[in-house]
Design a protein around this ligand. Structure first.
Ligand code: ADP
Ligand code: MG
Length: 445
């Protein structure tokens, strides 16, 4: 038999995990250090499902690695069951987004692996693995190989492997985000049903997600994680009883509130900071998302048209366009950076300039885009200036990418360069030759 734990109110239970003032800095060779987590404090108690909701790159996976003892924090206090964490914690398992199964092992063997590592005898291993496999709905697939399974079934193996060790805490790092919509929902429902029935051999769950609705559907408590650097910006108790319905007005209200908090406006005097929120860095060192101008123009057009007429509720827009927060926020924020839209209180609103863009013909759009690019994207202005100043009117890619790498990772620098190349081309500010890796003023196309 599995040890059954009936979940109950977690308030008053001793914390399993306790973090205070946790800080994480990644050193990047001779470049500036990257502060990923700053002053993160949180605790997780027995009997609760806690959601850590934040955007891509906000440091969620880093935090999970710190909690699990795989990564020593740069600073702060990390405790597991009251004791300082000095190495990998026992009684904790992780479900990853990618299933990370061993392709040469069967389902049963994949599930047994974790028990082998902690020295459980063979017969006991088998018995517990079969139990976990049955529990998670993989009965009959014991001798199948991962390649014979669908994505949803593979992730069930991932869950079985985490559950088989009967951990006190199960960490989940975006476990549903690689699955299609229906499969993800089935798996969420199965998991929460098992949890409510007290059939999961675990005490608590910490789930990382960038999906607001998923967090409201599953969690007792949600920690909203801010970006650059990551810290806990707000905490929300979800008092709704299970099973929860996504169309319940109380559910919708919570989703709306969270959208609003995640797009909260800084005070007016910090306008410059506000428009660059969501972007790493400022000035030349601002990391830009690589979004096509079609996508940017497309969102402006959708916003201008009925039913929005210039202003839309972000959750509404996300549902209509079938976009997740991580897809939609960067577009909205780029439009804000370019002063074509404003994002506040969970809404995105076209500015007069944004409306002007939508109402213009192709050439006028390009001119407007070019003006805004030069005014509000310092990297675009720098490239243009360097090209204007050089007698050859040419400059290599590395002239700018190397400068960017003083401020950000190589990966972000590459993405930022790609963004500015495609925006600059559209605006006909400059051209870029992929063969010679040179910017030029001659063939802006
Ligand atoms: P999330 O899981 O929220 O998407 P991560 O914790 O994976 O965020 O990453 C947070 C930031 O830290 C990102 O900017 C990422 O590029 C950076 N980062 C993650 N791991 C490392 C590492 N080992 N070295 C340097 N930078 C890292
Ligand atoms: Mg992550």
């Amino acid at each position: 038999m599995l040890e059954l734990t009936k979940p109950h109110s977690a308030a008053g239970n001793a914390p399993i995990v306790d973090l205070s003032g946790v800080r994480q800095v990644y050193h990047k060779g001779d470049n500036a250090d990257l502060v990923v987590l700053d002053d993160v404090s949180l605790s997780i108690r027995e009997g609760e499902i806690v959601g850590l909701l934040g955007r891509s790159g906000s440091g969620k996976s880093t935090l999970l690695r710190i909690i699990s003892g795989l990564l020593p924090a740069t600073g702060g206090d990390v405790r597991w069951c009251g004791q300082p964490v000095t190495g990998p914690c026992e009684g904790l398992s992780i479900v990853f987004q990618s299933f990370a199964l061993f392709p040469w092992l069967t389902v049963l063997e994949n599930v047994e692996v974790g028990l082998e590592a902690i020295g459980v005898p063979a017969a006991e291993r088998r018995r517990r693995a079969i139990e976990a496999i049955d529990l998670i709905g993989l009965d009959g697939f014991e001798s199948a190989y991962p390649k014979e399974l669908s994505g949803g079934m593979r992730q069930r193996v991932g869950f079985a492997r985490a559950l088989v060790v009967h951990p006190r805490l199960m960490l989940m790092d975006e476990p549903f985000s690689a699955l299609d919509v229906l499969t993800a929902e089935t798996l969420r429902t199965d998991l929460i049903d098992l949890w409510i029935e007290g059939r999961l051999p675990i005490k608590s769950i910490l789930m990382v997600t960038h999906n607001i609705e998923e967090a409201v559907l599953l969690c007792d408590r949600i920690l909203i994680f801010s970006s650059n650097p990551g810290r806990v910006a707000a905490e929300i108790e979800i008092g709704l009883p299970h099973p929860r319905s996504r169309v319940d007005p109380a559910f919708r209200q919570l989703v709306d509130d969270i959208y609003a908090r995640m797009t909260q406006r800084a005070p007016a005097e910090k306008a410059e900071k506000r428009v660059s929120e969501g972007f790493h860095g400022t000035g030349i060192g601002m990391a830009l998302p690589h979004l096509s101008t079609n996508l940017l123009a497309g969102l402006m057009e959708a916003l201008a048209a009925p039913p929005y007429e210039g202003k839309a509720d972000l959750p509404d827009l996300a549902a209509t366009l079938q976009m997740e927060v991580d897809d939609l926020f960067p577009i909205a924020e780029t439009l804000q950076l370019l002063r074509f839209a404003e994002v506040a209180e969970g809404d995105v609103k076209l500015t007069d300039l944004g409306r002007g863009f939508v109402d213009s013909e192709v050439d006028a759009r390009k001119r407007l885009f070019a003006e805004h690019l030069l005014a509000y994207v310092p990297l675009a202005a720098l490239i243009k200036r360097v090209l204007d100043e050089r007698p050859s009117h040419r400059a290599p890619f590395t002239r700018f990418s190397e400068e960017l790498e003083d401020y950000m990772s190589e990966e972000h620098a590459e993405t930022t360069m790609r963004a500015v190349i495609s925006w600059g081309r559209y605006a006909e500010l400059f051209g870029y030759d992929e063969q010679t890796k040179q910017f030029d003023l001659e063939n802006p196309a």
